[in-house]
Design a protein around this ligand. Structure first.
Ligand SMILES: NC(=O)c1ccc[n+]([C@@H]2O[C@H](COP(=O)([O-])OP(=O)(O)OC[C@H]3O[C@@H](n4cnc5c(N)ncnc54)[C@H](O)[C@@H]3O)[C@@H](O)[C@H]2O)c1
Ligand SMILES: O=P(O)(O)OC[C@H]1O[C@H](O[C@H]2[C@H](O)[C@@H](O)[C@@H](O)O[C@@H]2CO)[C@H](O)[C@@H](O)[C@@H]1O
Ligand SMILES: [Mn+2]
Length: 443
């Protein structure tokens, strides 16, 4: 009989949980599931999402056992895969990450610059805790982690849990590859083969071919030079907000800096920080948009399902963008050897770059984990940017492990979007105050 899998979703109260839960149900033919459990450390928040999903599951997949809990032993016993998407400090802290740097005229962003550093200092402990629960109660399980900031979380798990079965992955390259496929008239990114290197939210495509080996770069470059990713916006309801549309359009200017490669959209924060600051309302940032839209929409829908006692016509939709998570789980469960971009220790895959860096590169994924695909040597421009950024990420992890104020000040100072050590210190002191319930004490 075909094996069926037991999944725990860590961060059960996440805005992404219903979409991922429905997506898992949609893919049961290729990835059969016997049990889904939600785990969160916020009982009240999780209960709203979980009760609504329980009703949906009962109506649509009664054969799948479903439960939710805040008890680690219950959550992590008899599990094959942990899908981890936690946000330590919730959107209230994301708002502070975005607004504190803006007080000093510095970009405030969820995963980039000071905001990403602050979020990293919160996330490391939360992800390590869940990894330890998984290993204690289900030592053979795999964790698929997409909790942010993925670059810092990945460096922390490399240093602190080097032998753990954790794979770190991001959906931004997937979204951008879908857009590139659209540009050249392909129905899916899976019809392309790519060469790519970078750090998470800090990477470049240097080769894109179709299945027959034809070079798609010239056609994609033409679109990038004219409109960035803006001609290929998703037909789903994702990224409809003006801030995302602007990001996809701004990729035109990011691309202009190196017309040999196609950039990740996140590079705009490092390469055009002055523009980003000018175009950001310091009193209403992306966290406010998400709280007003995605979070409100999901929690309103959950409350409505609970009140009606049925999910029929509820507007819950599978998160099609998250299909990569099923692909990743399937690759391990069924040894599919699919090529996927993962965040892994470099070990020479980028020839002229720090072997210990956690880099984002194509890998082949199978039942024993991943094998890197060597990307060779990278150009000076990207190498210089990546060396600076990877040093920031490593210093943050040093600061978290040793409780060092000095290391964190160095990390902030080294961040490309912070203008000076003086401004770095001002931001750091505000961030310490704001994060006193979450960060280790710094001396
Ligand atoms: N890698 C990617 O490409 C990608 C894409 C989208 C979202 N994300 C990440 O997914 C995560 C969830 O995002 P969201 O916007 O839905 O956040 P959210 O705030 O809606 O949900 C996060 C949940 O995690 C829970 N949580 C926090 N700390 C925890 C802990 N220590 N143990 C257990 N649960 C904990 C919270 O209580 C909350 O219910 C974030 O880290 C976000 O950055 C990553
Ligand atoms: O501002 P948010 O919370 O809407 O988005 C921040 C996240 O953005 C990326 O994820 C996108 C993804 O690219 C897209 O395909 C779709 O699934 O939506 C996601 C969330 O908007 C990024 O990769 C994440 O790391 C960010 O957290
Ligand atoms: Mn990401």
């Amino acid at each position: 009989m075909e094996k069926k899998y037991s999944i725990t979703i860590a961060g059960g109260g996440s805005t992404f949980t219903p979409g991922i839960c429905l997506l898992l149900l949609d893919h049961m033919e290729r990835f059969p599931i016997r049990k889904i459990c939600f785990y969160d450390n916020n009982k009240e928040r999780q209960e709203i999402v979980a009760k609504a999903c329980e009703i949906y599951m009962h109506e649509n997949a009664p054969e799948v056992e479903f439960n939710y809990t805040t008890d680690p032993e219950t959550a992590f016993t008899d599990v094959d895969f942990v899908m981890c998407h936690i946000r330590v400090g919730l959107y209230a802290m994301r708002e502070k990450d975005e607004k504190i740097p803006m007080k000093y005229g510095v970009v405030g962003q969820e995963t980039c610059g000071p905001g990403g550093i602050a979020y990293g200092m919160r996330s490391i402990g939360g992800v390590i805790e869940i990894l330890d629960y998984m290993e204690k109660y289900s030592p053979d399980a795999w964790m698929l982690n997409y909790s942010n900031p993925a670059a810092i979380v990945a460096e922390a798990t490399r240093r602190l849990r080097p032998n753990s079965k954790i794979l770190n992955i991001c959906d931004m390259p997937i979204d951008l590859e879908e857009k590139m496929a659209t540009m050249v008239g392909l129905s899916s990114r899976k019809e392309m083969s790519v060469g790519y290197y970078g750090l998470n939210h800090f990477g470049w495509w240097y080769k894109i071919e179709d299945k027959d080996g034809n070079d798609l770069m010239p056609a994609i470059k033409k679109h990038m030079a004219e409109n960035g990713f803006a001609d290929a916006l998703s037909k789903t309801n994702q990224h409809v907000e003006p801030s995302w549309i602007e990001t996809f359009a701004k990729a035109k200017d990011v691309y202009a800096l190196d017309p040999d490669t196609i950039p990740n959209t996140y590079l705009k924060y490092y390469l055009y920080p002055d523009y980003v600051v000018e175009h950001t309302d310091p009193n209403h940032t992306r966290a406010n948009e998400v709280m007003e839209h995605r979070e409100k929409h999901i929690f309103d829908a959950c409350r409505e399902i609970i009140a009606k006692g049925t999910a029929v016509g509820c507007g819950f939709e599978p998160d099609a963008h998250a299909e990569y998570i099923v692909d990743l789980a399937c690759a391990i469960a069924k040894n599919t050897k699919e090529k996927m971009l993962l965040i892994v220790p470099n070990e020479g895959a980028i020839e002229n770059f720090d072997r210990t860096a956690m880099v984002e590169i194509p890998c082949i994924v199978g039942k024993n984990g991943y094998e890197r695909i060597v990307q060779g040597a990278i150009p000076q421009f990207q190498k210089g940017l990546m060396e600076q950024q990877v040093s920031v990420e490593k210093l943050v992890v040093d600061a978290w492990i040793t409780g060092s104020y000095q290391k964190l000040w160095q990390a902030l100072t080294l961040s490309k979007i912070v203008p000076s050590a003086r401004v770095a210190k001002l931001i750091l002191d505000d961030l310490i105050e704001a994060n006193k319930d979450f960060w280790p004490e710094l001396k």
